[in-house]
Design a protein around this ligand. Structure first.
Ligand SMILES: O=C[C@H](O)[C@H](O)[C@H](O)COP(=O)(O)O
Length: 233
């Protein structure tokens, strides 16, 4: 049986491989979550060893971790061009497509991934699935105004249960002040089409589907760390 502690070791092993892709002088998009945390700590070690890096954080939590690690941060409002973004994921399919947003950071994460020349994704092997959906609901960030109607539209499009995410008994708010609904879709057969269709619904800000964005997938598993390069999109 693989325990949480074992999984954390695998996430760390994947993170250590990921930072080897970072070179002196790079601007790095810093993901959010328990896997990204290991990557930030490892980058901090590189900075202490003399590497010059600047980071763009995808959440307040990541910004705090990066500062603690000694990574200089770029002003969130400036016009950046990232060399690489490194982040975790909640699910990954054989086509390198992802579900993200388990921690509610998907909007900034997608903006950062989209502006990076390379997007490196880190997972432990349990996140690999033959098809997206099922074991992990799809998070969608929506505007609070009229959220019930937006949720109904999502429900009718996906024919799936839509649940408003809560935290401490109140609706969860993203850093942009929006809400998250988690959509329990059994099998996402056509993730790209679904992403496009969801983005047509008024009130949808962004979905946790990351389609065709992954450049490199790094998987930590009990037999070692595997590095997969995605085909050019
Ligand atoms: O909103 C959160 C992010 O998309 C995370 O990258 C994702 O949930 C994976 O997190 P973890 O590495 O903690 O499993």
């Amino acid at each position: 049986m693989t325990t949480q502690l074992d999984l954390d070791r695998l996430k760390k092993a994947a993170a250590l491989e990921a930072v080897e892709f970072v070179r002196d002088g790079m601007i790095v998009g810093l993901g959010t979550g328990s896997t990204a945390k290991h990557m930030i700590v490892a980058l901090g070690e590189k900075v202490r060893a003399g590497m010059r890096l600047r980071g763009v954080p995808t959440s307040h939590e990541t910004a705090a971790l990066a500062k603690e690690a000694g990574i200089a941060l770029i002003d969130a409002d400036s016009r950046w061009e990232l060399d690489v973004a490194i982040d975790g994921a909640d699910q990954v399919d054989p086509g390198f497509n992802l579900i993200k947003g388990g921690g509610g950071a998907l909007l900034k994460e997608k903006i950062v991934a989209a502006s990076a020349k390379q997007f490196i994704v880190l997972v432990d092997y349990t996140k690999q699935v033959p098809m997206l959906g099922g074991s992990f609901p799809l998070p969608i960030e929506i505007i609070p105004f009229g959220w019930g109607s937006t949720a109904r539209e999502i429900e009718s499009l996906t024919k799936s249960r839509v649940v408003l995410r809560e935290k401490n008994g109140a609706p969860f708010r993203t850093e942009a002040g929006n809400l998250i609904v988690d959509v329990h879709i059994a099998r996402i057969h056509h993730p790209k089409d679904l992403e496009i269709a969801l983005n047509q619904i008024p009130g949808v800000v962004e979905t946790g589907l990351f389609i065709g964005r992954t450049s490199i997938l790094i998987v930590g598993s009990p037999h070692g760390v595997d590095i997969h390069h995605a085909p050019e999109q």
